[in-house]
Design a protein around this ligand. Structure first.
Ligand code: AMP
Ligand code: MG
Length: 249
């Protein structure tokens, strides 16, 4: 089977996007752009559909997925205990490349969360991603579009060989804007814990007056990538706080 290809590079035919949304509603997979990287999406509330993502990517079933939403009602459908710090982060960084971990509601299938009682949620700012979620009328679970272990796809040319035929639709808008994954965080005792470094930096969060904690191994990744301006001293100071909280993540 070849995937159906929608070329959104020059034209914006929203009827075709609606057809892709219908595929999501029918439990099929759609490869679509976000502002960070391309994603392989499925209806986040349909466990059979989500299973297909793991198969397509060869992803370990205990590696949880991010649920992508387009409005706050969807957040309330998926998450409980949305605290003041989370609200501040949402106000400042959504829609955008920040993924926040929340306690999940019972409707979130275990397959997305790898059996955890938490769920990762993000509201993308990319217009096509936003419209695809709106037309599908459900949150879309989507990991980066790549075979596990390979770099995340930032343009269709780099991933089409691996993924053609594994998804119903491929939506091509050209190279994505950011090209770096979303930052994944969890708030514990009013402190933001960085679980995966990404486009939003620790400094971006600290500017809001929120304290940030980074595990050493994550810090090394940030430094290796050279994507952050955090100084070495600052990093060591951030590392020394609140170690105990990581036991619950
Ligand atoms: P990807 O799907 O490739 O963008 O990766 C998603 C990232 O979010 C992975 O690093 C996951 O481990 C992380 N993640 C997703 N859900 C959770 C969760 N409930 N708790 C902690 N990390 C999560
Ligand atoms: Mg990935």
């Amino acid at each position: 089977m070849k995937s159906k290809y929608i070329n959104f590079k020059n034209t914006k035919n929203y009827e075709e996007l609606k057809a892709a949304a219908d595929a999501i509603k029918q439990g099929k997979l759609v490869l679509f752009p976000t502002e960070t990287v391309y994603g392989i999406g499925a209806n986040a509330l349909d466990k059979e559909a989500v299973k297909k993502i793991y198969t397509a990517k060869g992803r370990a079933s205990d590696n949880p997925l991010i649920a992508h939403i387009s409005n706050i009602e969807m957040l309330e459908q998926l998450a409980i205990e949305i605290g003041e710090v989370e609200k501040k982060l949402i106000k400042n960084f959504w829609p955008g490349p920040l993924t926040i971990i929340f306690k999940k509601t019972p409707i979130v299938p275990d397959i997305i969360t790898g059996g955890l009682d938490t769920v990762a949620i993000r509201m993308p700012s990319n217009e096509i991603a936003h419209k695809l979620i709106e037309y599908s009328n459900c949150p879309i679970a989507a990991p980066s579009a790549n075979i596990s272990g390979k770099p995340s796809g930032t343009q269709i040319e780099d991933i089409i060989e691996e993924l053609d035929g594994k998804v119903e639709y491929i939506i091509d808008t050209g190279k994505v804007d950011i090209g770096v994954e979303s930052t994944v965080i969890r708030v514990v005792n009013n402190t933001v814990h960085i679980l995966r470094p990404g486009k939003i930096t620790p400094e971006d969060i600290e500017k809001l007056g929120i304290s940030v904690h980074i595990e050493k191994q994550i810090l090394r990744r940030i430094q290796r990538r050279g994507k952050s301006n955090v100084s070495r001293n600052k990093i060591q100071a951030l590392c020394s706080n609140n170690k105990k909280h990581f036991s619950i993540l």
